[in-house]
Structures are given as C-alpha cells and as structure tokens.
Design a protein around this ligand. Structure first.
Ligand code: NAP
Ligand code: F7E
Length: 324
C-alpha cells in the first residue's frame, strides 16, 4: 500500500516542490485547494495527472475533517497560509484566522479523525523577528515583528501544545527564507530577478524597492522540502531550524542578480517608501546544526547559484511569453 500524504497549500511554492518530492518517494499525494473563480495551478500543472486535488479551506474545519475521513493520510503537511508579511499589516485579522487559527483547525480535525496522523507545521524564522540571539536556533526566544510573525508564533505553540496535550506526532519546522523560480513575484527575491530579466530584455526601466539593508538567510525551496519530509520520518516529533547559516543583504542580492546579466544595480534600483515596513526584521541567520546532525539534511544550492538560477529562469519565461 502506498503511503498517503495530504498537503495544504499545494498551489504555493513549497507545496509544488514537496508534491514532486513525495511522488518520487512513492507517496500518493493529495493536495488541498481553495475554491477560486480562476484556476491557479501554474506551479503544479506539470504533475496534475499524478496527484489528487480536493477542495477545502483552513477557515472551514468541516472541510478538513471530511478530507481526512475520505483520504486517511498517514502524513499531513500544513503549508497553507497568508504568507506575505507586508499584507499582514493591512489584513491582520484574516492573517490570524488562516496562518494562526488555521493550524488549530487542522490539528483538531486530526485529533478527532485519527490522532496517529503525523503532522508538519510550516513555522517561520519571522517568529524570531527582533532577534534575541545570533544565529537563531531552536531555543532562541521569539520576538515577532509583524501580524504574520505573531500568527506563526501561535501556530508553532499550538503545534507543541497538541503534541504535549494529546501525545500527537506534531512537528514544527522553523524554516528560514527559501526561494526559487516559483517564488511569488511580491517577495523581494523574485521581484528583483523578474525586474532584472525585464530590464535586460528592454521591457522595464527601473526597480522600486524598500529597505536594501535587510539581511536574510536565503536558501533554495527544493532543498528545504526534503527537510520537511525527513522531519516526519523520525521516531519522535520535535522542532527543527532549517537554514543555510549564511546571511546576505537585499542590496547584495541586487548586486549579484544585475551583475549576472552585465548590469549595475545602482543604475536601476530606486528606493520607494511604499515598500518600507512599519516594523522591520533587520537580520536573520539560522543555525541548522540540529537538522544536519539529526535529520542528515544538507542544503545543496548555494546563494550565488540560487540568484543566478532565478534570473535565468525569469529571462527564459519572459522570452517565451513575449516571443523574444
Ligand atoms: P505561498 O507560495 O504563499 O503558498 C501559500 C499556499 O497557501 C497557497 O497554496 C495558497 O493557496 C494556500 N492558502 C492560503 N490561504 C489558504 C486557506 N485559507 N485555505 C487553504 N489554503 C490556503 O507560500 P510558500 O512560500 O509556499 O510557503 C509555504 C508555507 O511555509 C507557508 O505557511 C509560509 O508561511 C511558510 N514559510 C515560508 C517560508 C518561505 O521562505 N517560503 C519560510 C518559512 C515559512 P492559493 O494558491 O489559493 O492562494
Ligand atoms: O522580504 C525587504 C523586506 O517579502 C524580505 C515569507 O516567505 O520569508 C518571507 O518573508 C526582506 C524584508 O520576505 C522590498 O523589508 C526590501 O526585510 O521577500 P520578503 P520576508 O518578509 O522575509 C519568511 C521566512 C516567511 O515566513 C514569509 O512567509 O526584503 N524588502 N524591498 C522588500 N520586500 C518586498 N517584498 N518587496 C520590496 O520591494
């Protein structure tokens, strides 16, 4: 019998990579999708025939219970969230409902249908916010700086609480920023690589950004989904930081991305107040020692490889779209 895995957020960046990875491991993959008026299967259309898609929403616990009862998964990966930090200031209640309380709805649905299901929660380095320690590890206290970060802290602790209250296999992966050619264009890395490609192809003249000095520990999403799967194969549930252990500024990302196509970022990047945040996370750098030693996980794509991979992919995409 093939193991069944349920992925919430399968239409997102991580969901698509995780689905590919689990298919390769021989799983039956069930993906939960929200009802939308237009189809948004861009990231999963290449594997659509190999996965099962089912309608449900983290806002609706009945839909979660029905899905669990119908598909009886052995593992649930909860990747669904309102995941854009900037939007969490304009929609703080909605972000709390989906990104925070949505975790409780899923955990409680699991508890009532089959508490033996193994559960992965997509926690985030945004929980460290105004960092209390450098680098950040599993024991570093949280100090979130956005409604998104606050909601993720709730999601993290409710995962720990269900583990301790009901003896459930509930694991929290504290993942630092991870990017790819499938990253949403609102996030800074993809915004930069998309703009570099447009400028290089003569389709745009400038790139407007906010804080260029913010520093992030950026890895490759394809590497990070391997860690999610490994976490649910351990004998005990636990929490793990997944990161590269390197940090770079937004400015440095620009420098490499523009430099890759022979341009200087200083000629094109314009600072724009609209992209500044009410409260910023200035510096993130993770210590992945526990994931490396316990899970045997290692990132394979370097920062430079990540940036150039994303620039190349955006150039290819735009050339195709514009028949250049
Ligand atoms: P993403 O691309 O924004 O994908 C989010 C997914 O959640 C989408 O499939 C979205 O569906 C779905 N979703 C949103 N609200 C939902 C709801 N109410 N019910 C059901 N599905 C809903 O995010 P990602 O980058 O893949 O990240 C995956 C998870 O990891 C998120 O929880 C994120 O907060 C967390 N995380 C991400 C990073 C990172 O650097 N990428 C780091 C740490 C943690 P639609 O397609 O319909 O919008
Ligand atoms: O911002 C700065 C911005 O939106 C990174 C999500 O996946 O990772 C992501 O959250 C930095 C911030 O990602 C612009 O101020 C400058 O300091 O790409 P971002 P994020 O906020 O780090 C974490 C781990 C998650 O969990 C989240 O789900 O870049 N920045 N100028 C800008 N950011 C954006 N978006 N746009 C700009 O123009």
């Amino acid at each position: 019998m093939k193991k069944v895995a349920l992925i919430t957020g399968i239409t997102g960046q991580d969901g698509s990579y995780l689905a590919e990875h689990l298919l390769k491991q021989g799983y039956t993959v069930v993906g939960m999708i929200r009802r939308t008026s237009t189809v948004n299967f861009e990231r999963i259309k290449h594997i659509q025939d190999e996965i099962e898609l089912v309608s449900g929403d983290l806002l609706d616990e009945v839909s979660l219970i029905n899905i669990l009862q119908t598909y009886r998964p052995a593992e649930v990966y909860n990747l669904a969230a309102q995941s854009f930090v900037q939007t969490s200031w304009s929609q703080p209640v909605f972000t709390g409902e989906v990104t925070g309380l949505g975790v409780t709805r899923m955990l409680d649905a699991i508890r009532s249908v089959d508490p033996a299901i193994r559960f992965y929660q997509a926690s985030s380095s945004e929980m460290f916010g105004k960092v209390q320690e450098v680098p950040q590890r599993e024991s570093t206290p949280f100090y979130p700086r956005s409604p998104y970060g606050v909601a993720k802290v709730y999601g993290h602790w409710i995962t720990v609480n269900y583990r301790e209250s009901y003896n459930m296999f509930a694991t929290s992966g504290i993942l630092f920023n991870h990017e790819s050619p499938r990253r949403g264009r609102e996030f800074v890395t993809r915004k930069i690589t998309d703009a570099v490609a447009r400028i290089k192809l003569g389709l745009a003249q400038e790139l407007r950004l906010g804080n260029l000095e913010a520093q992030r520990d950026w890895g490759f999403a394809g590497d990070y989904v391997r860690a999610m799967h490994l976490m649910l194969q351990q004998s005990e549930p636990d929490d793990y930081v997944v990161a590269t252990g390197e940090t770079h500024s937004v400015r440095r990302f620009c420098e490499i991305a523009f430099g890759h196509v022979g341009l200087s970022y200083e000629d094109y990047v314009v600072q724009d107040e609209r992209f500044m945040r009410p409260a910023e996370v200035d510096l993130l750098i993770g210590d992945p020692a526990k994931a490396i030693s316990t899970l045997g996980w290692q990132p394979e794509v370097s920062f430079e490889q990540l940036v150039t991979m994303m620039v190349e992919a955006d150039i290819a995409l735009l050339k195709d779209e514009h028949r250049l």
